[in-house]
Design a protein around this ligand. Structure first.
Ligand code: SAH
Length: 282
């Protein structure tokens, strides 16, 4: 895609520019509303490689990088501010949301919408939930417990955004995804964050991950008609499961707390709309 066309299409993604190998003149960066800070280092390197664009390069590159980080940070902070007004959102969840760049987990074409209060497609007919729902689920996963949680399981890695947030709330995060394409994409998306405490698995998470159990928390990103005993048995006493439960458009968020081996405290919350929990892999 040529520079002239890009000029009209705001905001432009740095990762997109880099991926397409475009030779954008750094001197013209000020015209672009670049919202992606990924690869700033490599971008700076790219600028210094591109001999044709080297006029006044230090000044321009500095200006460009400054603008890049500012744009996404400001929008992200606005999103967090908005979410913080919602009752019972845990402050640590807000802290994590402040540092995880949500726009880098969605398709570059949708990055400008990443901080809006909407669900977005992530490929393979799946969606990432709107930010407030993610914040709400994570807050319920924590409950009144001290952080970090020790071991958590996410069923439905999707694009890996919620996984990244979890890595700031728990010591060990296991996340399982049944769609190979999304599993690979999450791997790629998470690479730049270099979180050492995330383990991504490819498989059917409806049966849990018994070898890593017991978990202090299990969070499901897809809706089943119930929460299976297999998953329940992998939760530690005092641990929690957060899951959308129901069929079709009749879903509610369920918070389950394992009080004793056989007694669970259950609390149904708001109506939600999640993709279905499926079995097997694809
Ligand atoms: N929290 C995710 C949302 C992903 S959407 C994010 O931040 O992007 C829900 C995901 O659950 C989809 O990727 C879907 O493939 C996955 N899923 C559905 N059933 C599953 C199962 N049995 N095991 C693992 N993943 C499953």
């Amino acid at each position: 895609m040529g520079y002239a066309r890009r000029q009209k299409k705001f905001p432009v993604l740095l990762s997109d520019i880099m991926r397409k190998g475009s030779h954008i003149c750094p001197a013209k960066c000020k015209n672009l509303d670049v919202v992606d800070t990924r690869g700033i280092n490599s971008f700076s390197k790219m600028l210094s490689f591109d001999k044709r664009n080297l006029g006044n390069q230090k000044y321009q590159a500095g200006k460009c990088v400054e603008k890049l980080s500012l744009t996404s940070e400001l929008v992200r902070n606005k999103m967090v501010e908005r979410i913080s007004s919602v009752k019972s959102i845990h402050p640590s969840v807000l802290d994590a949301m402040r540092v995880v760049p949500r726009h880098q987990f969605v398709d570059p074409a949708l990055a400008a919408k990443a901080y809006e209060e909407i669900a977005l497609p992530i490929g393979a007919s799946q969606t990432i939930s709107r930010p407030t729902i993610v914040a709400c689920m994570l807050s319920h996963l924590i409950g009144a417990r001290n952080l970090p949680l020790m071991q958590v399981l996410e069923v439905g890695t999707g694009c890996g955004y919620q996984t990244a947030l979890l890595s700031f709330l728990a010591k060990n995060v296991y996340s399982i995804e049944r769609i190979k394409y999304l599993h690979e994409r999450a791997k790629q998306n998470l690479r730049f964050m270099s979180r050492p405490n995330i383990r991504l698995l490819y498989g059917d998470g409806s049966v849990g991950v018994s070898k890593a159990s017991p978990f202090d928390g299990i969070i499901l990103s897809a809706a089943g008609s119930t929460v299976s005993p297999l998953l329940r048995n992998q939760v530690a006493i005092g641990g929690r499961i957060i899951a959308p439960v129901g069929v079709g458009s009749m879903q509610r968020l369920l918070v389950m707390e394992r009080v004793t081996v056989s007694y669970w405290r259950e609390n149904f919350l708001d109506e939600v709309k999640f993709v279905p929990l499926r079995t097997g892999v694809s």
